[in-house]
Design a protein around this ligand. Structure first.
Ligand code: CU
Length: 119
């Protein structure tokens, strides 16, 4: 009886160990927050740059920007970073939000097609 319970529980522990080893932060519970806000941009290349500034970063689960609506949806771990930090990262690759502006030199270095009308 004990053995069969152990056999059932072991894969769960392995799964948790794999999940926690992916992030550097300790996983205190299942922490996931979703936010949505506007990011100024033009095209599919902008989408790659904007999403690329977030996806793969510590604490980011998923970032998805829509070039038609200019809205980004980000799911992230609020223990690791906050919305302010997310907007800073986006501004860091040249894209404005209503509260965080990219530096002019970063904006100016974007490809011509990506130089969106700034707010
Ligand atoms: Cu673009």
């Amino acid at each position: 009886m004990k053995k069969s319970i152990f056999r059932m529980i072991t894969p769960v522990f392995l799964g948790l160990a794999m999940l926690t080893s992916c992030g550097n932060e300790q996983n205190s519970g299942n922490n996931e927050t979703k936010t949505e806000f506007k990011v100024y941009g033009n095209c599919g290349m902008c989408e790659k740059t904007i999403e690329g500034s977030l996806n793969g970063q510590n604490g980011i689960h998923e970032a998805d920007w829509n070039k038609d609506t200019k809205m980004i949806t980000v799911t992230y771990d609020p223990n690791v970073l906050d919305e302010n930090r997310i907007k800073e990262k986006i501004a860091g690759v040249g894209y404005d939000t209503d509260s965080h502006k990219a530096k002019d030199e970063v904006y100016n270095s974007l490809p011509d097609c990506c130089q969106y009308d700034r707010p």
